[in-house]
Design a protein around this ligand. Structure first.
Ligand code: SIN
Ligand code: FE
Length: 297
């Protein structure tokens, strides 16, 4: 079954610092917060000649699926190499981070006061054949929620750029609206238990205490991924992001699955939901509206 509304809004800009007027900024913000994707088909990210060597899965340390600079520390993780190589890799990923941040500053300047940059990654492993547990399998439709990283209601905004050097698209399925998914799966989410959340924190399974919001988001993530009937039959739209294109999305709101693609860069931002322009379409409000009660973060 396909989607009723095309969630993709195409923008022709070819620079990470596009000139955008305030009416356009408002339109982009509204589109994103309502579960749309901003797609920039003409916006690629340039590698210097001596950086193209990093477009290979061989730099992975074999433990992590991505090479990344983590939130505040900016240490490179998931990679192997000598000091020169790791320094050059870090510089490349950091430059992508600066470009992605400039893009948000130009498309959505009102976010800049509140957006907290989180991880920046380089993903050179082919997505189609990647081996992982069903829970980590991003080839299944899901809205992002991470077991060890509660967001406490903060939103997950991501900028992606396909940096494939062989013109290969990154292929996604985009799922039905979050409201429709939540209406189906919320009744199956087990009751939140504060004592269990304390144990998870004590054991180091979560970095901070998982509140009820993160409990529900994680269960929705797991329930959708585990449901083979949902995966096969839920409304979804296949979309190809060509090489040298960029897209921006609230990945905690938009159901997505990666079908194939290799070589992508990505920057995550966290935004406090109370700073968004349309709080009524945040996952928290949608969940509260369906559950008919307040949810703590
Ligand atoms: C994700 O599911 O968050 C990542 C999608 C991708 O790898 O293209
Ligand atoms: Fe995801």
């Amino acid at each position: 079954m396909t989607l009723k509304v095309n969630p993709v809004l195409e923008l022709t800009f070819s620079s990470f610092t596009p000139a955008v007027n305030s009416a356009q900024q408002q339109a982009y913000l509204s589109h994103l917060e309502h579960g749309g994707i901003l797609f920039l088909p003409n916006l690629g990210f340039e590698f210097a000649a001596d950086e193209t060597r990093f477009l290979s899965p061989d730099w992975s340390d074999g433990k992590s699926k991505n090479i990344y600079l983590s939130g505040n520390e900016r240490h490179i993780k998931g990679a192997k190499g000598n000091v020169e190589e790791l320094t050059a890799m870090s510089a490349l990923i950091e430059r992508y981070s600066q470009n992605a941040t400039a893009l948000i500053a130009h498309l959505l300047p009102s976010y800049m006061l509140h957006a907290k940059p989180a991880n920046t990654s380089l993903r050179c492993v082919e997505a189609a054949g990647r081996k992982s547990s069903w829970r980590k399998d991003d080839r299944r439709l899901h809205a992002d929620a991470f077991p060890s990283k509660p967001t406490h209601g903060e939103r997950i905004l991501r900028v992606f750029t396909n940096v494939n050097p062989h013109n290969k698209p990154r292929v996604w399925n985009v799922g039905e609206p979050f409201t429709d998914m939540a209406a189906k799966f919320l009744p199956k989410v087990p009751k939140y238990r504060a004592a269990q959340a304390k144990w998870l924190k004590l054991l180091g399974i979560t970095k901070t205490l998982r509140g009820e919001y993160d409990h529900i988001m994680l269960h929705l993530h797991d329930l959708t991924k585990a449901d083979t009937d949902y995966q096969a039959n839920a409304p979804q739209l296949r979309f190809e992001f060509p090489a040298n294109s960029t897209w921006v999305v609230y990945s905690d709101l938009v159901l997505h699955a990666v079908l194939s693609g290799q070589h992508m860069m990505e920057q995550t931002f966290h935004l406090p939901q109370e700073k968004l322009s349309f709080p009524a379409v945040c996952p928290k409000y949608i969940i509260e509206h369906i559950a008919k009660r307040h949810i703590n973060c």
